[in-house]
Design a protein around this ligand. Sequence first.
Ligand SMILES: [Zn+2]
Length: 263
Amino acid sequence: MNKYKQTGKCIWCGRMEPEISFDSAPHVLPKALGGTELGMDVCEECNHYFGTAPKNRHGIPSIDHAFKEVFGAFRMFGKSLTSNSYKSYSSAYFEYRHKYGIIRIKQRLNTIAITRQFKRGLYEAFLQKYHLVTGNGNNPIFDAVRNFARYDKEDLRVYYAFNNVILAPGEDETNHPVLHIGKNAEDEISHYGFFHFLLLGHNFFLEVSPVAANVYRQKYLQEKVATCLLPAKGDESIYEIKNIEQIDFFMQRFRSKKQFVVL
Ligand SMILES: [Zn+2]
């Protein structure tokens, strides 16, 4: 019995053995981010797909890589930086100069394409964790998730709760982040079509079933405004992510002067 197999049907491509195999460990959150939890029923080919940059498309990272970059920056810049702590920050795209307190872009970024990869990474982690907990990842309700995350078709809406207070997770969770699935997650998904994605103190809301989400979007987001926004400066809000730059993953909201330098 393969240890990464539960139902024996890949949650992404729907194929079964012997056509496919379940030999490589599918991380729910990228290993490069410190994720240690392993998923089930993700075939070799699909697992490889998420960790591989698209061919012949310069400047576009793999899905796992885009996910790791954004949450890696959240993790690093969410705490107060000392002259030593910044040394542990490494990124393919950005460099942080602690002496000058600036972040530089190493290369020209296609932020729209990276945004799409990042969003797809949220859905990758969601379905793998959901399947791990419920065993129901093959449910046709998630066909839109599969189309977007695995086959790069269509688009799904993702919202972000912008707060000026971040309830920072403890050291252990910072080093080994875990995606949690709340007790009422299944109900929220079947009723509203949304999944509340909470990681490293940041709240995202993923449209996972567009049919339900199209009906209940406003009601769902209003409820989240009441429960997930922490009133502090008055500019807190929940908005749809169209570009990763909107989510301020370098946490500049906590610094007095603008430190993002584009060369
Ligand atoms: Zn597969």
